[in-house]
Design a protein around this ligand. Structure first.
Ligand code: MCN
Length: 783
């Protein structure tokens, strides 16, 4: 049926021409007539009661149109900030509003907002607002928050814990009682964030005559944003239009809905004018969600042959002063998937989610998985060392091999983990890393090789998975494929393009399924008024695994109609026809043809005699795909690293990934996605950390403080693919947009350990900064 071979083709991204030639339209490029610009006054203190806010001088400043405070915003909304994943029963959802009311609970929290003729005037007005704070003792760290006498962030709660949950499987007590070996470890992961190059922003106009809210929003999830805006603002969703212009990266940070969307809407309603609110980089550090900060305690039980028989422990999620719309779900994902690719019979993993006076914890590429993977892989290596086994032998001993496999929470659909490990090892051999390491060591250099194996839940997902994750939003995807009167194909999608190449991938699936060239297909996204509905939007690596099958099914049905029309025109049976390169021909008679343009014409314009009597005019199909399960991708990462023993600086020399995401739509994009994800893994492993001082104030305010890996820190990458199709996703596609970020931390840590055999070092926290590594070396040297 599928003729063009475009699924699996390494073609350049269709999005790039516009992006690379400066023709993109980002949120800050949206300018509406009479538009005002807004700015938010943000708390610099971590924890305080608001005694008073005096906005009178700001209101009086020429050029200022409106000033709102928390009290105004609370009065204007119907419900407080919603949480879409209520992951565990009885979780506490603190009442929090788009601007602080009565109390501030983190540095960066909005306290008041101004709409003015331009941003500079709005910022000047912020300086005229007088806020009197009664500062409270900050609850900055996990330990602060859990202390018996800790100040409480929310007076109505007995403590600072918002959620407790536990993931269980098998008999853990018996597993530990019968174990030959029991090993434990404690891990710490620093606060990090996705840091898209384009900061968050919104332009909104609340039409005073029609009552319609028209919003341009840099969001990964437009359908969801529309629903949530409706709930918060008390507006029927049909009165809300969300448009997504080009998005300069999201990395999960633009998945969550934020208070700024609400504040800008209220300012627009008050002034009767369009309002733009775009955060600057400094405020982004405190106002855009953070992620990753966790402490994890874990214990494993194992037998002497290397079989891990039990795992127990606790994930402490160090949340912020309010919940993001993701709630505690990133920490719940760490907890749920703590066993990763390993078949462990008995598990009891608890989650304790704790509020602190820090920025809310939200979505970031990889979600809870990089930490879960770091823990799994550290314990595997530790067990191997204890038993004197090769770490890969321990991996092989414990890999899940029988699919589908019921892990503590999720069912893994398909996998070939051992083959993927072998593929990675083969690429390491081919690259000659062992020899390079030996030569380097002979020269006295500290060079090591590290590995990590991960699996990943992708393609979220089944709408009825709600009972696993407490989702309050459906997870299906709807796609529309249309052929117009000229024969050109348009795919309408609700998925946001955030740099991941989804337009190209969907165009490939449509072109492949229809039998037309790629440049006959255009993909349009970014408007809830005209576009299809897509549950979570772009997030949880779901574009290919949900959008792919939906486009494939719609295009396949459309192709059947094309063939019926062509059969009528050519006086041939549809079964005797083939479509190739956009031309329908009779099998074996290549000159009896009809073009897609003629078929479009027959379906829309000159129907008489050209369109079969029983066919309706037009060529359009719509498909909704709600998967039965998530799709489980997997991969193995190998890192070659050199450590400077004097300075503790780590240089990455090589980075190889073997990966399997089922049927690959575009290997070029998948490679790029893995490279980009790996760059974020490198940042997370070696450099990135949001730092708060002893007084709970945030010290990380710019890229001078928050280090990113630049091109010079990124090693050459190599990617090898294998393809184990999903058993339940039509087309076999699995997701991978987050894959690159998952395994990097553990592989880098293991490469560092391998580079320093003369030290007995243990790496259990990220990032591995030079001072931390030197400290670990000093500690290891004295053993
Ligand atoms: N792909 C493919 N074949 C497959 C799977 C994927 O060709 N079997 C390609 C497709 O082009 C697809 C892309 O790889 O669009 C990513 O795959 P997928 O896993 O389907 O993820 P999504 O399209 O849903 O993208 C979201 C995902 C997530 S959750 C984050 S966060 C993320 C990411 O991907 N943020 C990104 N990749 C990013 N890339 C860039 N440049 N910028 C971001 O902000």
């Amino acid at each position: 049926m599928e003729t063009n071979g475009l699924i699996g083709a390494r073609v350049s991204r269709t999005e790039d021409l516009r992006l690379l030639t400066g023709r993109a339209q980002f949120i800050d490029d949206v300018r509406l007539p009479g538009m005002l610009e807004a700015a938010v006054l943000r708390s610099t203190v971590p924890h305080a009661r608001i005694v008073s806010i005096d906005v009178s001088r700001a209101v009086a400043l020429p050029g200022v149109y409106a000033v709102v405070t928390g009290a105004d915003v609370k009065a204007a909304v119907r419900v407080p900030h919603p949480v879409i994943w209520q992951s565990v029963p009885d979780m506490f959802i603190p009442e929090s509003y788009p601007l602080a009311v009565d109390k501030v609970r983190y540095p960066g929290q909005g306290v008041a907002a101004v709409a003015a003729k331009d941003r500079a005037t709005a910022e000047d007005a912020l300086e005229l607002i007088e806020v009197v704070y009664d500062e409270l003792q900050p609850v900055s760290t996990l330990e602060d928050a859990l202390a018996a006498d800790a100040p409480r962030l929310y007076d109505e709660r007995p403590d600072n814990v918002v959620a407790r949950g536990v993931v269980q499987k098998g008999d853990v007590t018996a597993a530990f009682a019968e174990a030959d070996v029991v090993l434990s470890a404690e891990f710490r992961f620093a606060r990090q964030m996705g840091m898209p190059l384009e900061t968050r922003g919104v332009v909104v106009t609340w039409d005073p005559f029609t009552g319609r809210l028209d919003m341009w929003l840099a969001t990964q999830a437009p359908s969801m944003a529309r629903e949530l805006l409706g709930e918060i603002l008390g507006l029927s969703a049909d009165k809300i239009r969300v448009r997504t212009p080009d998005i300069g990266g999201g990395f999960g940070n633009k998945f969550d809905l934020y208070g700024e969307e609400i504040v800008a809407s209220i300012l627009s309603r008050r002034t009767g004018k369009p309002v733009k609110l775009v955060e600057d980089r400094a405020e982004s550090f405190g106002a855009t969600v953070h992620s990753r900060e966790q402490k994890i305690e874990v214990e494993i039980a194992a037998s002497n042959d290397g079989t891990i028989t039990g795992l127990r422990g606790t994930v402490y999620g160090v949340l912020g002063g309010a919940l993001s719309s993701a709630g505690v779900s990133p920490c719940w994902v760490t907890t749920s998937l703590i066993t990763g690719p390993y078949d462990i019979g008995a598990v009891e993993m608890a989650m304790v989610a704790v509020l602190t006076n820090r920025t809310p914890y939200g979505s970031f590429r990889g979600y809870g998985l990089p930490k879960a993977n770091f823990v799994q892989e550290h314990m595997v290596e530790k067990l191997a060392k204890r038993l004197g086994m090769d770490a890969h032998a321990v991996r092989r001993k414990n890999f899940v091999t029988d699919f589908p496999y019921q892990s503590p929470v999720f069912v893994y659909d398909t996998g070939r983990y051992e083959e993927c490990l072998d593929l990675c090892l083969a690429s390491v051999r081919q690259a000659g890393w062992q020899e390079l390491r030996d030569q380097a060591r002979a020269r006295g250099s500290a060079v090591g090789i590290g590995y990590s194996f991960h699996n990943e839940i992708t393609g979220l997902g089944p709408s009825r998975i709600g009972n696993l994750s407490g989702a309050t939003q459906s997870g299906f995807d709807e796609e529309v494929v249309r052929i117009d009167s000229t024969g050109h194909v348009t795919v309408y999608t609700g998925l946001s393009a955030i740099g991941q190449g989804i337009h190209t991938a969907l165009a490939q699936v449509a072109a492949h399924s229809l039998g037309v060239p790629l440049d006959h297909v255009t993909v349009i996204s970014g408007d809830t008024d005209t576009g299809p509905y897509t549950g979570y939007g772009t997030g949880a690596s779901r574009g290919a695994a949900l959008g792919g099958p939906a486009v494939r099914a719609a295009a396949t049905r459309l192709k059947a109609k094309v063939l019926r029309i062509a059969g009528h025109i050519l006086e041939a049976a549809p079964d005797d026809l083939v479509i190739s390169d956009g031309v329908v021909s009779v099998k074996g008679v290549p000159d009896r043809i009809v073009t897609m343009a003629e078929i479009g014409d027959a379906a829309y314009r000159r129907l008489n005699g050209r369109l079969p009597e029983d066919e309706s005019p037009t060529l359009e199909e719509r498909e909704v795909y709600d998967p039965a399960n998530v799709a489980t991708s997997f991969g193995c990462t190998a890192v070659l690293a050199e450590v400077d023993r004097e300075t503790g600086v780590v240089t990455l020399l090589g980075y190889l990934i073997a990966h399997d995401c089922g049927t690959v739509i575009n290997p070029l994009i998948v490679d790029g996605q893995l490279h980009g994800g790996a760059a974020q893994a490198i940042g997370g492993a070696l450099y990135e950390e949001i730092v708060y001082d002893a007084d709970g104030r945030m010290r990380t305010r710019s890229f001078a403080d928050y280090l990113w890996p630049s091109a010079t820190e990124i090693p050459p990458f190599g990617v090898s693919h294998m393809a184990t199709p999903s058993d339940h996703v039509p087309g076999g596609f699995k997701g991978m947009g987050e894959a690159g970020v998952i395994g990097g931390g553990a592989a880098i840590a293991h490469a560092i350990v391998d580079a320093l055999p003369e030290y007995d070092i243990t790496i259990t926290s990220l990032p591995i900064t030079p001072p931390r590594l030197l400290a670990a070396m000093q500690k290891g040297a004295h053993r």
